[in-house]
Design a protein around this ligand. Structure first.
Ligand code: GDP
Length: 444
């Protein structure tokens, strides 16, 4: 049996125990399973209270069930939702019954979404948006994922693809006429202007300000500087102050600790590194090496120093010099003389918190500039950017090829359409032929 003909089930809600747990089934045998468990098939799309029972009639739980016959369901297949009490024992009993129900098996990760995609309920960009929405930590991530999920990029890509197919149909019609020794140039001109408009549109999406695709991962700020500068203290302060900490957790190495902050909706990972200084201790050297590596990959380095120290410059990474311990009587309020002229200078007390609001405000500003206007950004993944760039490149080549020969131009359009097809997860070349037959009635 093809895996898609099997009926899958999974716990779709969160960690147990919980007030309510939702078990979902999808596939051709979902209805039969529901019949077995509930003793009846309730009306479609209506919450119905039933006692779920084992095969021998023993009650499992008092549940609310929903029956979504396909294809008008999330996956396009018959879907059942069982809302039960979220205890481990209820789920264990329910699963033991489902596992021995013929044609049922536990779902693989993402399999419901995969079926929705395969059944044409959603395209690939929407599936990506769904995944991002589930993993969204901050409000901005949520909004961006939701735009993706509602098909903002998918709809644009579908409309671009449709236009490419129409342009290709015009050009291919020209080729067909050429076979008969009669090339109607008036077919080429509208095709060309269509392609040019399309290219401008795609290029504007590609060059939209900001790095919307990075909003998924967030930006990385590394706190570096010599030992005892107060890096850990600053880190603790940030972690405590920022009420919306997403998940403080230890880094993968002993000497890198990270916290994730939600700075006005921008996800920011702050990493505290080992003190950077010259040393002969091999263990410490390793820590210093890792700290330098991490700083080199960061989006921003906060170089924490006591008053007379200078920041170690980074290649390609902006560095802000943060002078700490301004509360100490020995601190001299020096000017910017010791900071590299292009680097901003902050003076703080990591211990008392003085100066931190200004630093946080600057960080929010940095994040805002970094991500740009993500509201208008349609691209949220590198995959999407790559495929759109490929589309644009093929469109440019097709414009250049029009004068060399219609076949060449049509071939480039086909490549552009394929790239968009891949973006949407649908690649079928039959489309071009369909449009020719439908709209042009070439008659061959
Ligand atoms: P790290 O080695 O850079 O992580 O530095 P720590 O955060 O461990 O701080 C080193 C020492 O400096 C500790 O004793 C801190 O209490 C102290 N310290 C950190 N920040 C401040 C500050 O703003 N003012 C004062 N007076 N002491 C601080």
């Amino acid at each position: 049996m093809h895996p898609r003909d099997q009926t899958i089930f999974a716990l779709s809600s969160g960690r147990l125990p919980s007030a309510i747990a939702i078990v979902r089934l999808s596939g051709p045998h979902a209805g039969a399973a529901l019949q077995t468990l509930a003793g009846k098939i309730p009306p479609a799309r209506m919450a119905t209270r039933v006692m779920l029972r084992e095969h021998q009639g023993e009650p499992i739980d008092d549940a609310v069930v929903l029956w979504f016959p396909g294809p008008a369901s999330a996956t396009g297949e018959d879907v059942v939702e069982l809302h039960v009490h979220g205890s481990r024992a209820v789920i264990a009993t329910l699963f033991s019954v489902l596992a021995v129900t013929p044609q049922l098996r536990p779902a693989e990760p993402g399999e419901f979404t995969r079926r929705a995609f395969e059944n044409g309920k959603i395209d690939l960009t929407e599936a990506e948006g769904l995944d991002d929405l589930i993993h969204a930590d901050t409000d901005r991530q949520r909004r961006q994922a939701l735009r993706q999920l509602t098909g903002l990029l998918g709809d644009r890509a579908r409309s671009w693809r449709e236009q490419i197919i129409q342009a290709a149909a015009l050009i291919e019609a020209g080729i067909d006429f050429a076979d008969e020794g009669d090339v109607p140039a008036e077919l080429i001109a509208p095709a060309l202007s269509r392609i040019e408009r399309l290219l401008t549109d795609i290029q504007s999406v590609l060059s939209a300000q900001g790095r919307a695709e990075r909003l998924r991962d967030g930006l990385t700020v590394v706190i570096a500087g010599p030992p005892n500068a107060g890096k850990s203290t600053l880190m603790n302060q940030l972690a405590q102050r920022e009420v919306a900490i997403v998940s403080p957790h230890a880094g993968t190495t002993r000497d890198l600790i990270e916290v994730q902050l939600d700075l006005e909706g921008y996800p920011v990972t702050v990493i505290d590194t080992a003190g950077i200084r010259e040393t002969n201790d091999p263990v410490e050297q390793e820590g210093v090496r890792r700290a330098r590596d991490r700083a080199a990959q960061a989006d921003l380095v906060l170089w924490l120093a006591e008053d007379d120290q200078v920041a170690e410059p980074q290649e390609d990474v902006p560095v802000w010099l943060v002078r700490n311990k301004i509360d100490l009587p020995t601190f001299e309020g020096v000017g910017t003389g010791l900071a590299p002229s292009e680097s901003p200078l902050f003076e703080i007390s990591a211990r008392s918190g003085e100066g931190l609001p200004a630093l946080l405000k600057a960080l929010v500003g940095f994040a805002r500039d970094y991500f740009g206007s993500t509201e208008s950004g349609l691209i949220t993944r590198e995959r999407q950017r790559t495929l759109l760039s490929e589309t644009a490149a093929a469109l440019r080549r097709s414009i250049a090829a029009v004068n060399l020969g219609e076949e060449l131009a049509a071939e480039e359009l086909r490549i552009a359409g394929l790239a968009l097809g891949r973006l949407l997860g649908r690649v079928d070349v039959e489309d071009v032929l369909d449009v020719i037959f439908r709209e042009f009635c070439v008659g061959k």
